[in-house]
Design a protein. Sequence first.
Length: 538
Amino acid sequence: MVHSEKNMVNSSQEEKRGVEERMIRMDQKKEIILMYFREGKSQREISRILGVNRKTVAKYVKMYEEAMEEYEKVGSKRTQEELVEKIVGKPKYNSSNRKPRKVTNELVDRIKGFIETNEIKIRNGKRKQIMPVTQMYEIIHEEGYDVSIGTVYNVVRKELLRRKNEGYIKQKYKPGEIVEFDWGEIKIAIKGTNKKIQVAVFTFAYSNYRYAILYEKQNMESFIDAHIKFFEYIKGVNHTIVYDNMKVAIKKFVGKNDREITDDLSKLSMHYKFHIRFCNVRKPNEKGHVEKSVDVIKKRVFSIKDEFETLDEAKQFLEMRIKYLNENMKNKDRVSPKEIFENDEKPKLIYKPPRYAYSIIKDAYVDKYSTITINNCHYSVPTAYVGKWIKVKLYPEKIVIYDGRAIEEHERVYGNNIWKIKIEHYLGLLKRKPGALHNSLALHQAPQKIKTIYQHYFITKPKEFIMLLEYIYENKINVGEIEEILKKLEQLSPKDISFAKVKILYENKRINKKIEYHGAIEDYSRRQLIKLKEMINS
């Protein structure tokens, strides 16, 4: 009987811990890691500050230590990408027994959360999609709040009035402590076509030292990639990064000032051990350094030059100008941001962990054209995969396609109905249907040297051209070598050029190279042997 009662007590304790662990939010897990590893707080102290069971704190600390130890031992990309997954789990909440509530501070915070979401939409040009008060009322009524729609109207009116009359407080910063992040949009021309390009900007609040990089889209891949490159650039990690309420950083609002951070940002923060802070909605003065930096980039970088052949060229120009501004935009004491950063801020940075390996993984279906579709853009794969599901890793500038192993890599493109086709993926199909070659998108997007060979030598012999391509790709032959052989054949017999002759000449050339190479080795060995004999005899 005693044993049974003991089991009941243990079961009750386990159940209590289980409920508590399910209620742990991702941001709490992040704070556990940062407080323990960066601030040196004890597990007992963290438990007290966060109101979390000490055993739960110990569990996540241990998981992080074990994952990092595995990372340092193995160092594989898979380990890097799965590192934080061992630490972060999605919280589960049970709201089935929620009871109706009257007006409380929690209710007021919930309504303020709706207002802040509306202000984000207005800032992002989505004014027509803001939530009306009637919709706010319907949501909170369904959540169990027993209030009238008039009460909701009153809370909204008071909060909007308070925000309108709010004052500002001047801030003072410590070296290496605060970096502000923001997105900006610039308009430049790439190959004569006007495009809207996104710029990710980081600014140190103390020194105004800046870093910026261009991206096609403000998506999660670009957001994380910008942080990785920023930490590589400054060769360290600052204490805190300040954000506005951007969707790549915030999953949802919980009350007035509490935000649930996106999983990806939480993982990044835990890996590099920096704190996260958000400014209030539509309060650019709270991160005025970076807001000003976006304007500086527009006025002092792309006002000088706004036409480029490629996006990479625009990136290089931005990098050059940012370097110039960091070295020359001096403060009232005639000191540059670079000098302040190098002398005051850099020594305060923590040593950065290994580079964070990040990608978004998606499943993709291979359609009848042997392509997968990512964000309305098509990428080719070998025709053997038609009708199959494969995995794709998305990066800002490339995609990598997997089927147990990497089978293809494409430069990533952005837009609507853009096709990235590699002709080598379709050679097997084209051998059966050579007549489809001439007008195919695969030939149209082939490298210029390939197209020149077809148009100049094989335009009436598509099947021989396909066999030649198959030979080139299977043997990884430099197309320039094939061009040289074709030119020789053209001089000897311009009307009788075939794949068979090209193959024979290339194989002979390769054999001659081997003979020359081995002959040179034998000659060298013979001379070395003579020298050794001379040394022995002497």
